[in-house]
Design a binder for this molecule. Structure first.
Ligand SMILES: [Zn+2]
Length: 192
C-alpha cells in the first residue's frame, strides 16, 4: 500500500523539465528580456510565469450576504465569499458565476465589477463582482462544508478566510450604507 501524496499548488511554479518536450530546463534571462525564465535549450520553449487570477462574487439574497465554509486547504473550515481560480477559456464574469454555483449552488445575476485586489506576495489578483441570487436555495459543493446567507450583524469576522474577503465585505457594507456601489481597486501587499 502506498499513501497518495498530498496535493499542492506551488507558486511560483519552478519547472525542472520542459512541459513541451520533457528535456531539462535552464533558468536564465532570455535575450531581450529583463528577468530569469525557465528556458528549454532542446526545443526553444521559454516558460513564462505570470500572476493567477481569482474570481468571485458578493452574492446577495434580500439583505443577506452568501458565505461558504471552506472544505479545502488553505484556510479549511473558515468562511469565504465564493471564489476560485479563473479557468482557461472563460471570462472573469463567467468564472465568478461558475465558482459561485460550484461552491454554494447559488445561481446569480452578476452586477458590476466591485473589487480588484492585487496580492503580489502570492502572485495573485482577486476580482469580485456584485451579484444577486436568483433564489434562496443553496447546495454546497465538494469544496464547501456549508453555505449560508448572513445578516450583516451575524458575519463571522474572526473566522473569514482571506484578507481580500474581509476587505471586500467591508467595502460592500460601507457602500450599502452610503447607497452607492462603486469599484474599489487596492493592494494587499503584506500582513500586518
Ligand atoms: Zn522543450
Amino acid at each position: 500500500m502506498t499513501a497518495k501524496p498530498p496535493s499542492y499548488f506551488p507558486a511560483p511554479r519552478r519547472a525542472r523539465y520542459c512541459s513541451q518536450c520533457g528535456s531539462p530546463v535552464a533558468r536564465r534571462i532570455p535575450e531581450g528580456d529583463n528577468r530569469e525564465r525557465d528556458i528549454c535549450d532542446h526545443c526553444g520553449a521559454i516558460h513564462y510565469q505570470n500572476p493567477r487570477v481569482v474570481v468571485g462574487t458578493v452574492p446577495i439574497w434580500e439583505d443577506r450576504i452568501l458565505l461558504c465554509r471552506r472544505a479545502i486547504e488553505p484556510r479549511y473550515d473558515t468562511w469565504t465569499l465564493p471564489a476560485g481560480f479563473m479557468e482557461l477559456g472563460e471570462t472573469t464574469a463567467q468564472g465568478a458565476a461558475r465558482e459561485t454555483l460550484e461552491e454554494s449552488g447559488a445561481r446569480v445575476q452578476l452586477g458590476g465589477l466591485f473589487t480588484v485586489i492585487d496580492v503580489p506576495q502570492v502572485d495573485q489578483v482577486h476580482i469580485y463582482y456584485l451579484a444577486h441570487a436568483l433564489g434562496p436555495d443553496l447546495a454546497p459543493g465538494p469544496e464547501s462544508l456549508d453555505a449560508r446567507y448572513y445578516k450583516e450583524s451575524d458575519i463571522p469576522w474572526d473566522e473569514l478566510s482571506f484578507r481580500s474577503v474581509v476587505t471586500t465585505l467591508q467595502h460592500f457594507l460601507d457602500d450599502r450604507r452610503r447607497g452607492v456601489f462603486e469599484p474599489h481597486r487596492y493592494s494587499l501587499e503584506s500582513h500586518h
